[in-house]
Each structure stands twice: as C-alpha cells, then as structure tokens.
Design a protein. Structure first.
Lengths: 785, 472
C-alpha cells in the first residue's frame, strides 16, 4: 500500500515548516554572518539595518538571556558570536522584518567590525599547534611493530578527502510561536527535537517543559539537521521570546551553504604490510579530521572513523590513530556515514596502492582478506555475520565478474582514448549509535474507540521512510489494516528525551519501541477477549486481518468490536513503549567493547568509462548485493540503497566543496556546487538483496539501511583510477577527493600542466607564454600500448 | 503604477497589481497562498519550483512549457496560463502522480511537485520518445537528493510508453493527466488581453528570459522600472534571410534546439544545446540575453562567435549592424550603447556550409557552467582548410574568438602536424584565470584538448587522438 506521505508529496500538499498556514503577525528573520574566518569582534553597527523599512528588530549575543554556548558533546559554540569569530558564516545577529526579503536585505546592511586574525585551515597544521578537540584516540589489534618484519611488501601513502555538502532540498528552517506563560512552540526542521528543545531552553533560561518542539517532516536531512538545525531554531526562538510574536527563519540556499557545516574533510596517512600470499598482516593509519571551528559532533564522527578504518577486511595487526583538529572553517557535522566512509576510503586506497605496486588486480588482495564471521574487529567486537564474503561471492557470480574483467581488458586494448575501469567495493558498517546511551527510543500508541490507531515516536521522517515503516510494523503487530494507523508528527510533549534520528537506527529503535507499546495494549485486549469469551486462555487470542481469533479460529469478533468492548470495560487503550538496544557496551579506557548491535554488509561492482582526452567519465554500471535482513518495506529500502549510492558517487566525483585561503566557501551556490543530476548515472543499476538473520536486529528481522549504501559509492574512485592506469600507468596518482574531470585530466597530463602553469604576476598572453613549449614538443603522457 | 497583470492561474482568471518584476515563486507562495511550489535555490538550479507556462504558439491550444518560477517575472504571465501542482490535483491521483507513488520515486517529497510538473509538461507535448536521453531531458532541471533518480526514471519510462498515441487534450483529460478545466482554457485565455508592447523606459532593468538577471539580482524588493522584453513579439522568431538565418534576439535555446530551419541547416546545433543548462531553463533563456550578459563562459556566445554571427542593434529608429566578434569589449562589457537594444542575430550564408563542432567540459556534464567551452566552424575542400573559426569560453575575460589560431589554419591540410602547430598559438591567445571552475593551467590544458577533440571528432579519417599522444 502506498504511504500517505507519498500521496501528499505528489499532490504538493505535504507541509514543510513554512507551508503551514501562517499564524497572524508572522515575522521573518534572517541571519547576519561573519565575513571573516578568524578575528576579534569589535562591533556591530545595526543602525542601517534597523532603519530599513519593515525591519522590526535586530538581536545580538547581548540579547540572549541564558546560556550563549551550546553543543551536544562539548558546549563550546556560541549561538551568536560575542567576542570573536572563528569561521566565515558564523552567526552574529538576527534581523527580524515584515517579510523574508526585507529581513534578508537588512541583514546585509549590518556593518561588521572585526580585527582579523590569520585563519588556520589545515588540520595537520592545527594538530601541530595543539588545536585539537578532545584527545587523540587509538584503536589497536595485535602488534603492528612486530608485524612489519613479517611483511614482504609495505606501502605507505596519504589520502586527502574533501568534504561534502548535504544539499537537502529544504534549507534549514524553523517557525517559533509564543504560547501562554512565556512558553514557546518550535515548528522546526530538526532531526533532533530533544536536542533543539534542550538548547533553546538553556538559551532562554527556561526548563525543557517550557519548550515544545514539533516536527512534521523534513525535506531531507542526511545528518545536516542532526546537530545544526538547533542553531536556526534557537535564533527564531530568541526573536519570538523577545517580540512575543511568531517568527519564522528560513535560510536562503546561499545562506544555508555558507552558514551550515558539512561532511568532515580528512587528511590521512597510511602504511600497509602484506605477505607474499597477499595476506594483509599489518595496517597503520593516522587520521587528521578537519572538525572546523567547534566540536559539534566531531568526536563521535571520529569514533566511527576509528571503528571503520579496516572496513570489510580482517587484518591481525592494526593501529588506528585519529585526532579531531580545530580549524577556522564551518563546524563539520554529521553526514550519512558519519566518519565511517572516510576510514574506509583510506584502507581501500592502501589496498589499491599495494595492488598497483605488486602488479595484481586490486580485487585479488581484497578477496584474500575479507572478514569472516567470528573475526575480531579493531574495537574488540566479534563479527557475527558472514555476509561480507557471501555478498562478494554473489556479486562475482551473478554479475559475471570474471567475464567483465576480460571484456574490460579487451576494450582497453582496442581503444586508445577511452578506457574502462572496474572496482569491487565491499562494505561492513556497524549499526547502533557508537555512543551507547543514545540507543534508546520511546513511542506512544493510542487506540481510539473506533478502532483507529495513532502512533507517535521519537523518530523524525526526513524521506527515509520512517512513517511507512512504522505504519507497517504497527499494522502487523496489531493484526489490522494499515489504513487504521496514523503516524503522528514528532513532538517533545508526546515522546520525551528522544535520540536524534540518525545512525541509520531510527526505524530499529522506534519500531521496537512501537512494538513494546503495542504489546502492552494487546495483552490487555487478549485478557479482555478471553474473559468475554468465557474465561479462556488469553494466550490463545490473536488478531489477524481485523478479526479476533482464538486458537487460530475466528471468534466472530472484529477488531472494532473488540476495541469498543474494551472501552466500555475501562481497559486502557493507550501505552508508552520503550526500547534500549540490548547487549551494547564500550569501555573507553581500553577502547574495547561491543558498540554495535549488528553489521550491515554488502558488495558492489562499479564500472566506468573514462574519456582520456577530456578527463570526463561515465559511470556505466553499479551492480550490488546487499544484506537487508527481512525488509518490512522493500520499496523504501530499495530507494535508500539507490539514493545513498548516488550520494556516495557524487561525493567521490563532482561534489567540489572548496574554500579559498581566507576560509571563504567558493562553491557557494548551485551553479558552483554540483550534486548528481538525472544524467549522472549509473546508467545501469542492478541490486540484489539477501536476508541474513541476526540475533539482535530491527523489527521483524529487518535491518538498518540508511547509511551503508553510500559507501558503495567509494568504489567509483578506484574504478576511475584503474581506467587512468590503463591509459597511463604511473605509481603516484593522488588519493585525493573529489576526482573531478579537472583532477583526472591534470593527473593524466601532469607534465603538460606543469609546463602550462604560468607563475603569478606574469603578463598572460604575452611572449612568456609563447616561449613555453607546446604540447607537441614533447608528447605529454606515455600511455601503455 | 503599472497596469494590473491578468492571467489564468490554474482554473481561474486572476488580476494582480503586484509589480511585474516580482518572481512568480514569491507571488505563488506569499500572495496566492499556493505552497505546493517549493523554493530550493532561487537560481533555477534545482527545479523544486517548476510550474507550467501555457501560451499561444499558433496552435488551437496553448503550448505548455516547464519553467522555474524563481526566475519568472510575474509580468510574463499577462494573457497566459500558469499551472501549479494545485492546478493538476483531482480527486484521483493523475497518472504522473500515481506512477511516482507506485514506483517509490518520492522520498522526502520536497522536489516532488516540481518533478510532477516536469513530467506532466512532457505528456502535454506530442513527444513520447522514451529512450534514456529523452527521459533524462524531461527531468534535466530537477534535482533530487534522496532517490538517486533510478526510481524516477523507471516511473517516467513506463508512463511514456503507456501514453504512446494519447497526445490530444481530450485524451489527456480523459486519462486524468490534466483536469477537465484544461478544455476551457483556450476560450478563457482568448478573453484575456495579451501583453501590450510598452515603450522602452529610460534606464531601468531590461529582462529577456530572466535566467541571468534573476540569478544575479534579488527582485523581490525591486524599486527600479522593469522592462519585460517578452512584450515585443517582433524580437522572436527564426527566419531564413538572404541565404542565412536570422534569429530574433528573444529566440530561446529551446527554439535553437527544435526549430525546423536550424535542424535543416545547422543539424549539429540541437545536439549542442543538450549540453547547455536544463530543458526548463532552455525554454526561457534567450540568445540575445546570453550575448548581452556577456559572461566569459556563455555557451551560445561561443557557438555564435564560431559562426561569425552579425548583430542587429537598434537605438530609437536607427539600426546598425555589428559583427559579434566586435561586440565583447571587456569582462561583462559590450559595445551596446546606452538605450541600444540587440534585436536580432544574423547567421551569414557561409555559416550554413561549414563543419561545425561544439565542446564543453564542466564538473557535471549537464546543467553546469563550463570550465572551458569551444566551438569551431571549418570550411574544407578536399583535405584543405579554406576557412577556420575557433572560439572559446572560460579562457579570457570575454567569450573569445581566437583570431590568430583561426587564421593559422587557412590553406593548411588537416594533418596531425598542422594541428600540433596550432598549440603554441592557442596558448598565446588565451589568458585563463584560476577560479572555482578550474585552475588556469587546467583550462590551458583543456583548451588544447578541446582543439584536438574538435578535429578528431570532425575528421576521424584524417587524425586521431593517438596521433598526438602515442609514443613514437
């Protein structure tokens, strides 16, 4: 059955924050942001802005009555900067006007006086200067130092991973409405209603119960509204609290791009050792995470990097070190994968480097070292599934890998300027918040007297299909038609203390909590039915397809009749359910434990064609086998796999998050930051699902699906690299993201680029250029024959 | 105060006194309270605000094109039919809506109304081509961050196949693609006055397609007079003239893509157009606007430079002709005099008898600005180049005609050595800078690569890429 959301989406009647009928007197807000990456804030001249027609008020840090510092992990970030600025785009003031256009125009009239300080942008430089967040952390297995001696091949290298913009289609927004007694209601596009509630309460010196956060749905989140939706909600709340009038803050796309944090860039150094048989014996990696100016979720992201640095491979001796580095860039934040893919990219790079050095196909080394059930991961947990190997083998068989390998070799031998590349990309991703305490959820279920059902959970619908999944789970648990179920908005007055909707586990946690609530109501209904049927065994009572059964036989009662009787019999038809993932623990002293309920695994085969004349490429095909468990909504899950994959492919290739040396974002609009469009590919996409059972999993043996598929996208980098090697073999192609046509071409023709690079200050187009040798005088690349 | 604007908004006629320069997106969301149309970027880059604009094009029913409401001036609506998602809704889902629901092709839903509009516009046209490229073109202006497009493409393919043979309005209404009120739209539109042609104001902001102006300028609070050129029908149209082709300045990129004269005499051009912007932008962006905006990476400007286009400029009743190659003076500065209007672009007869090729490389292959773009037009007899015209964008402050390199080729045979001899000349003529679209060195390299691409694409029997890079 199609979900209610899908129907309202296609009719354009789904309401996002600013689509709901505006309350009377609704004002609009816009944010004044720092133009400089680093400096001392001397003054803000608000005169000109206040003088604009239609401007109602301007608020600064001085107007914050309570705490002006926030952050879920470390409260180190001001809501509005008061003394110093630490990144371009840092909020300094909020302007309120009669319309959004007025507020946005007036925000540009605020004169900002900042004494500039030199910005620090490079994470390794930040580390050297002691600018780190928390402490460096290290995970270890075996004894790396000892193991190097046993290695026949050792490769070293480094990776330079760019960030990624979320580019949710709906920018950040919140509508704040004053309630009686100074309370506030925040209609916020947040993945984290409780976090938003808590921060706003602290900012205003109020209690959590004074702030109601309501979330209907998000127009995409991808992690960008986990921590960072709170700031915009707080600024709308601040204005509303002062003015006692409803205020809406909707970031323009450009403001969203320049003011909100993105995926963490990383610089990583690796060393990988193998024996003659191609077994990986030792792996050492040092990650420098570019956290930006404030802690945000960086320590947790770093933890997931530590956990995923060996991806799907069993390596007996490992030392993973990671440090979160403070720089003068936007505070980096959660984005689908949450540090995991950064760790995985580096080990894949190390394997690629080793394969190239040894002259063997990368997949041979990968296949030699895949994880098996029972293998110990670098955080001490034993892997409970064999689905890494199972999906690898299934991809190779069903999609005829050997045949494709041969076909690519033939193609590459017959073509000069077009080369194909193949890559296999296995993934193994831990499911659960790595911070154990977050693995909890609540749900509130009401059965109304007419048999209809209302379900509230702490989970937020952001396109991931939480609502259709919970509806399906609830209908199945009750044994009634899905039409009877309504999934309510997410509201802090109905479900309290919710964890953010993140880490792929929203359905797992909230689905189980929903089941826990329903189970309570069902027990009461069974007892009642057994009594009414004549003192029989409640355990023999069941409901299926809206019929009440006893010992699998119809009793003649319908669901509706049963509910009506229960209401008369004074049976409680409401219940609150709670779920905490069992078996999780982590010892931060020993960096050992069991942080994940289970792992989601799969393997993708990626095929590309590279145009070696122009540096452009096509993603011809992605074929993958993914362990989904037993899906409760196969169409939703397929959509998550397809969408996650493409988001990963985009990050690797065309998504160019670029800052200049002043720390200003250069890719500041949609004409300069490009996400995959409909032409982008893959041209062919084939997906097979397998169902591996787990002891602890999602409801009805389903598995989390949101993040893992993104990591299949990493394979495109290595497929392109293989194609580059086929055109021109060289040992030192950079492991640098993104691999745009510019990077491809400049790598393929590195010598020509060096010749064509004109030193700054020379007069372009004059004789200096003419005297540069043309391309022909010494043919640039030396392609393989 | 400007005259009120009268148009048909979905099923009802409306009159508004809002300023003609107001973006239709803001009119819809703030004034008309129709909030199914979403704001995603305000730069025509995401398609979340896609609406349908129906206007007479000589047929018995209005022709509907998808346009982005964020770049559409309200004044453009005079006498036309504007359709939003609300105007498609019926008690039952339309086949387009149903296909997206059934295909699981909507996730967060924010881009979905725009998608529905884009696909519906295709069903309102006669084109039922369902190959991959055609399907991609339909969705070329719509970004979706959730689905990765696979489910959307499946849904659209299925839909186009089901609607083979159903193209008449009655049939589409019968199938529920559009509501029944569409049948009355021709009569209702006939009752509305069409846009009058006002006299050009002194100064003010002149808007052709708006796809540049509305990105560069926030027109929500605009105070200066707006002069919408759409009211000047004589600036539209493509005609044969003196053995060449005359393009009215308001010729859209979509016209260049679809017009029979272009397809007959410059058959390569429709193919090039597919590399420029998106279909909804191409339905609005004009040739004249592209030239006057004078962006150094203007795709159409580069193409027309290679074709040695001649401009017709008008000031009052005075007209003058100017070679496009003389038009660009400095960064975003042209030879246009104050109060002078570009009214037409004339492609000379020889433009129609040449080998023509266009190349463009950007971060994303489609709906992106070029790092470097280039066009070449060549007259060849036997193996000898009689005339060569090479133009490039992204390599200078202006769209650049490469005079020296072009002249070098005259009288020379098409051989690898001849082409190689052009490389140093090429480098002397260009002066790219490093920016977000690429480093200067990359653009220099790309300029060379695209020159090779021109010749190896046009003359594969005479030279191949390996001639330039193979080890001797």
């Amino acid at each position: 059955m199609p979900s209610v959301d899908a129907i309202s989406h296609v009719r354009g009647t789904s309401q996002y924050v600013d689509d709901a009928l505006p309350p009377s007197g609704l004002l609009q807000a816009a944010v004044v942001a720092s133009p400089l990456a680093h400096g001392t804030l001397r003054s803000l001249d608000l005169q000109a802005a206040r003088a604009q027609a239609g401007v109602v008020a301007v608020f600064t840090a001085a107007d914050i009555p309570g705490q002006n510092c926030w952050g879920t992990i470390i409260a180190d970030q001001p809501l509005l900067a008061a003394t110093d600025v630490q990144y371009v785009g840092q909020p300094l003031a909020v302007v309120v006007g009669q319309s959004r256009a007025i507020a946005q125009a007036a925000a540009q009239q605020v004169q900002v006086d900042i004494d500039p300080l030199p910005p620090l942008l490079d994470p390794r430089e930040a580390y050297r200067r002691g600018q780190i967040i928390g402490q460096p952390r290290s995970f270890a297995l075996g004894d790396v130092e000892q193991a190097w001696a046993d290695c026949d091949t050792i490769v070293t290298g480094q990776c330079d991973l760019g960030g990624q913009e979320h580019l949710y289609l709906e920018t950040q927004r919140c509508r704040a409405i004053p309630l009686e007694g100074g309370d506030l209601r925040l209609e916020s596009a947040t993945q984290n209603p409780y976090g938003t509630q808590r921060t706003v309460a602290q900012m205003l010196g109020l209690a959590c119960h004074d702030i109601e956060v309501e979330v209907k749905r998000l127009g995409g989140g991808f992690g960008g509204k986990e921590e960072q939706a709170t700031l915009w909600a707080a600024l709308a709340a601040l204005a509303t609290w002062h003015l006692q009038q409803p205020v809406e803050l909707v970031l323009s796309r450009q403001d969203d791009l320049r003011m909100t944090g993105k995926r963490h860039p990383y610089l990583s150094e690796f060393k990988l050792g193998l024996n003659r048989a191609g077994k990986m014996l030792a792996y050492e990696v040092q990650h420098y995470q570019n956290a930006g100016a404030y802690a945000d979720l960086s320590p947790a992201v770093l933890e997931r990097t530590l956990c995923h640095s060996t991806n799907a491979y069993a390596i007996p001796n490992v030392r993973i070190t990671a440090v979160s580095c403070r720089t003068n860039l936007l505070p980096s934040t959660a984005l689908r994968g949450f540090g995991g893919p950064q760790g995985m990219f580096v080990i894949e790079s190390a394997i690629a480097q080793a394969a190239e050095q040894l002259g063997v196909p990368k997949e041979e080394l990968q296949a030699n070292n895949l994880l098996r059930a029972g293998d110990t991961l670098p955080y001490g947990q034993r892997l409970s599934t064999d689905s890494v190997r199972q999906t690898w083998e299934q991809v190779c068989q069903t999609y005829h890998f050997a045949r494709r390998r041969k076909a690519v070799a033939i193609y590459n031998a017959s073509q000069f300027e077009r080369k194909k590349g193949l890559a296999l990309m296995p993934i193994c991703f831990g499911i659960s918040f790595s911070q154990t305490f977050l693995n909890q959820a609540g749900a509130l279920v009401h059965v109304y007297g007419d048999g209809s059902v209302s379900v509230s959970t702490g989970g937020v619908e952001m396109g991931q299909g939480l609502r259709p999944k919970i509806a399906q789970i609830a209908a199945r648990a009750f044994g009634i038609d899905e039409q009877q179920i309504k999934i309510e908005s997410t509201n802090t007055t109905r479900v309290a203390n919710m964890s953010p909707s993140a880490a792929s586990v929203t359905t797992d946690l909230n689905g189980h909590a929903t089941l826990a609530a329903i189970a309570q109501i069902l027990v009461r209904l069974r007892v009642l039915a057994a009594q009414e049927l004549g003192g029989l065994d409640p355990n023999q009572v069941a409901i299926a397809q809206e019929q009440v059964l006893y010992g699998h036989e119809p009793t003649g009662w319908t669901w509706q009749q049963l509910v009506a009787k229960a209401a008369l019999a004074r049976v409680d038809l409401s219940a609150h359910g709670f779920y905490a993932t069992p078996g999780l623990e982590f010892d931060h002293q020993r960096e050992r434990g069991h942080p994940f309920a289970y792992h989601v695994c799969g393997t993708a085969l990626i095929e590309v064609t590279l145009d070696c004349l122009r540096g452009t490429y096509e993603i011809d095909a992605v074929r993958l086998v993914h362990d989904l468990g037993r899906s409760v909504q196969p169409q939703v899950d397929r959509g998550q796999v397809e969408g996650g994959l493409v988001q990963g492919l985009g990050w690797m290739t065309i998504e160019d998050l670029r800052f200049n040396e002043k720390g200003q974002l250069l890719s500041k609009d949609l004409s300069t930051y490009k996400i995959p469009d409909v032409f982008f590919g893959p041209q062919t996409l084939e997906i097979q699902f397998i169902e591996t059972p787990e002891k602890v999993s999602g409801p009805y043996s389903s598995k989390a699906v949101g993040e893992p598929p993104l990591m299949y996208g990493l394979g495109v980098f290595f497929a392109l690299r293989e194609a580059m090697q086929a055109f021109r073999q060289r040992p030192d192609y950079a492991f640098k993201l993104p691999l745009m046509p510019e990077q491809v071409l400049c790598e393929l023709y590195r010598e020509a680029v060096e010749r064509l690079t004109i030193p700054e200050g020379l007069d372009h187009g004059q004789t200096t250029v003419e005297s540069l040798p043309g391309a022909h005088s010494s043919p640039a690349p030396l392609p393989q024959r | 105060m400007a005259d009120p604007i009268q148009f048909l908004l979905n099923d009802r006629p409306v009159v508004t006194s809002q300023p003609p320069g107001l973006p239709v997106l803001d009119y819809l969301r703030q004034d008309a309270k129709l909030r199914g149309t979403k704001e995603g970027c305000r730069e025509g880059g995401c398609g979340a605000c896609t609406v349908l604009l129906g206007e007479w094009q000589g047929d018995d029913r209005p022709f509907y094109k998808p346009v982005t409401a964020c770049l559409l001036p309200l004044g453009e609506l005079q006498g036309k039919h504007l359709v939003t998602i609300e105007g498609l809704n019926q008690p039952q889902l339309s086949p387009v809506q149903q296909a997206i629901v059934d295909g699981g092709a909507t996730q967060c839903g924010f881009c979905t109304p725009g998608m529905v509009m884009a696909v519906t516009s295709q069903l309102l046209s006669a084109d039922r081509c369902a190959d991959d490229r055609a399907i991609a073109r339909i969705l070329s202006g719509n970004l979706c961050r959730c689905t990765g497009y696979a489910a959307l493409k499946r849904a659209v393919r299925d839909l186009l196949q089901r609607f083979q043979g159903i193209t008449d309005l009655a049939g589409l209404v019968d199938q529920g693609v559009v509501p029944a009120y569409f049948l009355d739209v021709p009569q209702q539109l006939a009752r509305l006055p069409v846009a009058a042609a006002p006299a050009p104001p002194q100064g003010g902001l002149w808007v052709a397609g708006g796809t540049e102006v509305y990105v560069e300028t926030d027109l929500r609070l605009n105070q200066q007079p707006i002069y919408l050129l759409c009211g000047l029908p004589h600036l539209r149209g493509i005609q044969a003239e003196g053995g060449g082709i005359r393009l009215g300045a308001l010729t859209t990129f979509a016209d260049l893509e679809t017009h029979p004269l272009i397809r007959q005499y410059l058959p390569a051009i429709p193919e090039f157009m597919a590399q420029i912007a998106s279909w909804p932008i191409r339905t609005r962006a004009t040739v004249g606007g592209n030239l006057v905006a004078a962006s150094p990476i203007a795709d159409v400007a580069v193409l027309l430079l290679a074709l040695d286009a001649q401009l017709v400029l008008q000031q009052g009743t005075q007209q003058r002709s100017l070679a496009l190659r003389e038009f660009f003076r400095a960064y975003k500065l042209t030879a246009l005099q104050p109060e002078e209007v570009l009214i037409a672009v004339v492609l000379p007869p020889q433009a129609l008898r040449q080998h023509l090729h266009f190349e463009k490389v950007a971060k994303r292959k489609t709906l992106d600005c070029a790092s470097v773009n280039s066009a070449i037009a060549l007259q060849v007899e036997g193996n000898v180049i009689q005339q060569a015209s090479l133009a490039m964008g992204g390599v200078a402050p202006i769209p650049l005609f490469l005079q020296t390199t072009s002249a070098y080729f005259r009288g020379k045979p098409i051989t690898p050595d001849v082409l190689t001899g052009a490389f140093p000349l090429l480098q002397t003529e260009i002066s790219p800078i490093s920016d977000v679209r690429g480093s200067a060195a990359y653009k220099r390299l790309l300029a060379r690569q695209l020159l090779i691409a021109h010749f190896t694409t046009l003359f594969p029997d005479h030279l191949q890429v390996r001639d330039f890079y193979a080890v001797s």
